[in-house]
Design a protein around this ligand. Structure first.
Ligand code: TYM
Length: 330
């Protein structure tokens, strides 16, 4: 069976953007693939994190994976720092990656422009992501559109590594991964500024719905989402980015097509549309939150994570050994 790998940073509670762009696919794909879902806490510390918050968010994110439908019997759920091979492989990847490739990454350029002083880790973050992916000999990586560039970097790395150390592209040491994003919903926009990506680290809390928001808060945030003054519900990303974003969210959360939703609301106003959208979002998140609360109280979660780390370590250390041998460490 083919492998999938994906990760989410425990740098806050995930938003419906993370869910639609990536996490929703985690449950859909786990039946057909050998799946590894990682809480990437090593990525989170590229920017300052409060230790207690990081600890809490890490455990909370693992619980959310399960609450939204990842089955620990089918998929391996684990915490990145509990598998040392990630940091070990990342060092080798860094040493085999030209600096220029990292300086070109949009996410680095964006984040470093916003901060006065940046850590070296912010620059070398993509090689750690490359390490995550290659260690599991991953075939498919379900992520949102903003990770496409990092996937390209990974693909370039795999080609370069295989070429250099085996001389043969086909019988390479590392598997070539593919990018996998939903047709719609790979880039969910902020509710307050539909030209900006929805982000869990947005200072304006009204810009996103978090997976753990209270139903009342969800209703409020969606009702105050920025739209336009035309009053007409139609899908037009260029001229109606706010409404189009809400239609995408509606469609992803309900499983209905955008056309179908546009037809239903042809004669309705934004008020009714937003109210129904909030109800749809709540209907997905409320039962998830109930499962989450239960998990956080139980010791079951710790057992799942211990087992996940064990399984992940087995696979990752096998690839790490191959890389070490190729490079001349063994
Ligand atoms: P992170 O934690 O920023 O986001 C987690 C996932 O959510 C997707 N995403 C979105 N999708 C749609 N609309 C949005 N507004 C939106 N915002 C975020 C992201 O694309 C991502 O799939 N570098 C990664 C984590 C990572 C990883 C990996 C992923 C580390 N190693 C290996 C895959 C494989 C990140 O920062 O995701």
């Amino acid at each position: 069976t083919k492998r999938i790998f994906s990760g989410v940073q425990p740098s806050g509670t995930p938003t419906i953007g993370n869910y639609i762009g990536a996490m929703k696919q985690f449950t859909e794909l786990q039946n057909d693939f050998d799946a590894y879902y990682c809480v990437v806490n090593e990525h989170a510390i590229t920017v300052a994190q409060d230790p207690a918050e990081l600890r809490k968010n890490t455990r909370s994110l693992a619980a959310l994976y399960i609450a939204l439908g990842v089955d620990p019997e089918k998929a391996t759920i684990f915490i990145q720092s509990q598998v040392p091979a990630h940091a070990q492989a990342a060092w080798m990847v860094q040493c085999l990656t030209p600096l220029g490739e990292l300086e070109r990454m949009t996410q680095f350029k964006d984040k470093s422009a916003k901060q006065g002083s940046v850590s070296a880790g912010l620059l070398t973050y993509p090689p750690l992501m490359v390490a995550d992916i290659i260690l599991y000999q991953t075939d498919l990586v379900p992520v949102g559109d903003d990770q496409k560039q990092h996937l390209e970097l990974t693909r370039n790395f795999v080609e370069r590594f295989n070429n250099r150390f085996t001389g043969k592209k086909e019988e390479g040491i590392l598997t070539m991964p593919e990018f996998y994003a939903p047709k719609e919903g790979g880039r969910i926009m902020s509710l307050q500024d539909p030209l900006k990506k929805m982000s869990k680290s947005d200072e304006n809390q009204k810009g996103f719905v978090s997976l753990l928001d209270d139903p009342k808060v969800i209703m409020k945030k969606i009702k105050s989402a920025v739209t336009d003054s035309s009053g007409e519900i139609s899908y037009d990303k260029e001229n109606k980015p706010g409404v189009s974003n809400l239609l995408t969210i509606y469609s992803s959360m309900s499983g209905r097509s955008i056309d179908d939703i546009v037809n239903e609301y042809a004669d309705a106003g934004y008020g009714k549309f937003k109210q129904d959208l909030a109800d749809v979002v709540i209907s997905v998140l409320e039962p998830m939150q109930a499962r989450y609360d239960k998990l956080m109280e139980s010791s079951e979660l710790d057992d799942i994570l211990a087992d996940g780390a064990k399984r992940a370590n087995e696979v990752a250390s096998e690839t790490l050994a191959k890389m070490e041998k190729a490079i001349g460490f063994r």
